[in-house]
Design a protein around this ligand. Sequence first.
Ligand SMILES: NC(=O)c1ccc[n+]([C@@H]2O[C@H](COP(=O)([O-])OP(=O)(O)OC[C@H]3O[C@@H](n4cnc5c(N)ncnc54)[C@H](O)[C@@H]3O)[C@@H](O)[C@H]2O)c1
Ligand SMILES: Nc1ncnc2c1ncn2[C@@H]1O[C@H](COP(=O)(O)OP(=O)(O)OP(=O)(O)O)[C@@H](O)[C@H]1O
Length: 587
Amino acid sequence: MSPSKLDSTDSFGHEEASVSCSKKENGCVDSLSIFHSEKAVEELLQQTPVAGMDEHLIEFSEALRTVAKALRRAAEGKASAQAEAAEWKRRYELERTRNIQMERKVSGNNNCEMLHHWWIRSSLDNAMDMLRIMLPCLFFWEVGKEQNKRIAEARMAEQFSTEKNGDIDCERVKNSDNQSMLQNESNEHSETGCMKHGIWSHEVLRERESDSNSNADRNKIMRKASFKLSWWCNGENGDQHKHDIVSFERGNITTAERSSKQISLKWESDPQTVLILTKPNSVSVRILCLQMVRWLRERKKLNVYVEPRVKVELLAESSNFSYVQTWKDDSEISHLHMKVDLVITLGGDGTVLWAASMFKGPVPPIVPFSLGSLGFMTPFHSEHFKDCLDSVLRGPISITLRHRLLCRVVRDAAKNEYETEEPFLVLNEVTIDRGISSYLTNLECYCDNSFVTCVQGDGLILSTTSGSTAYSLAAGGSMVHPQVPGILFTPICPHSLSFRPLILPEHVTVRIMVPFNSRSPAWASFDGKDRKLLAAGDALLCSMAPWPVPTACQVDSTNDFLRSIHDGLHWNLRKTQSFDGPRDWDL
Ligand SMILES: NC(=O)c1ccc[n+]([C@@H]2O[C@H](COP(=O)([O-])OP(=O)(O)OC[C@H]3O[C@@H](n4cnc5c(N)ncnc54)[C@H](O)[C@@H]3O)[C@@H](O)[C@H]2O)c1
Ligand SMILES: Nc1ncnc2c1ncn2[C@@H]1O[C@H](COP(=O)(O)OP(=O)(O)OP(=O)(O)O)[C@@H](O)[C@H]1O
């Protein structure tokens, strides 16, 4: 090998070096020099690699192999695309021949002729579309660019798969000028027309023409059946109130009114008598009570009722409070709702529960002032009591109608279900638990005589939606807006992994029975009070009471509810994530 050759191949190690060398010497590339250069390369490749050159040679041979592979792929791609194009051309010819035959058969029929022309046009469109898709594909393959090739392959795959499923022509039928004429047939005969051949078939067109009664048949199917709704609940028929909520004119059901709209209370005559109920053993409550009684009497000229305990406290402060009224006998409490226009509670949620429990029937509107630790049902702040009471007495006020549950204990010895002890009205919940027993409770539960489940665990809570933020929440029940009418069915520590809480509709009666095979009795308690023993065979019946508890809202029931879960429970409180950090906005 000459030194000049060695110099020129030194850096690249292939024939280009010698070609450029001969270019320099002769001024043109002649075949002899190419021959020489190729020979030189061959010699070079056959030689044992010279130290420092072997890496270049390996690289070079790899590059050659890649180029050869790319060329082969392009050729294969082109061939396959050509084959596909030929196949489409063949199909087109086939359909064209069939079309000509059909045209002869149905000659004279204008409609079909028109459709036939349309068909030819759409078939040609198909073929053109295919070519439009294939040409860029061929081009992409030729160029051999990886990205474009992938796009082309995807487009081909899409086209072929839709062709296989027969969807191409269904779509085309929908989009064509003759859409309205063919739409119905397309739906009815897609099996024979579109799915099978991928192109609309003439059988369908003939069927359409011959089916002269199809419109009449269709009209028959389209006609709506009329119906009537009636309400049935525990043997009761028809309920005027429900008719007001839902209307059903001519087979169409519409909700005329929501059952749980925000309710507004407007006084038609001025309130005259107020009952103040207070949490016992609280100095702050006692002081506030004193101020409030004086203000209501002296400024608002109202009659004020308090509990006997509170009257004693007031008189101990000053004999001037002798105008304050109370009752001597507990039996008088049952008539209170007829004397009292408004109830004011000073305390926490427990005081609201206490107030509600005093009314075994209708309950006057309650204005709850917050003097407890949490206050889910006490939206009014004591420091602004004069302003609050002023606006309440003036009205109108937003109120939340809090549903109560009517609970009756039916003893096993009772002759029928109506022979019950005095019923309980609960604003929060009735709890059936194992009491001091160390055994699992075993409670059979029915909803309107349908078996619900058997509770084996610590017990069961039947809660109102107002009580959903109390014990039921602690037992894993959901929080529910108090205006939603429903009964929450929440197990307490169930010994089963799948016992999720339920919410039942307002109109059902839930029956909880202690079965005879139970290892221990159960205990029922009502808003956390009045525990009753349930022996084997005893049952507790629970349904929605007809007397809700109207509580005044600070703003409205939704605002007050959300505020109470934010302030009382710090519901979903989390530090806000800072804006600086990884983001997706740049995508
Ligand atoms: N594990 C528990 O969470 C648990 C256990 C027993 C009783 N309780 C609840 O206590 C109620 C009795 O209240 P109490 O004041 O007479 O007893 P209490 O003095 O023991 O107070 C119980 C707590 O429950 C709160 N509470 C009451 N009603 C609520 C409601 N509707 N929403 C949110 N929180 C409420 C009260 O503010 C109070 O902080 C029961 O009806 C029951 O719901 C809860
Ligand atoms: N007028 C009343 N007479 C007898 N007991 C009452 C009366 N008012 C409230 N209670 C009882 O006192 C207890 C505590 O009342 P309440 O829940 O209102 O105050 P709290 O415990 O300070 O408030 P919070 O529950 O928000 O912490 C409750 O069990 C309730 O039943």
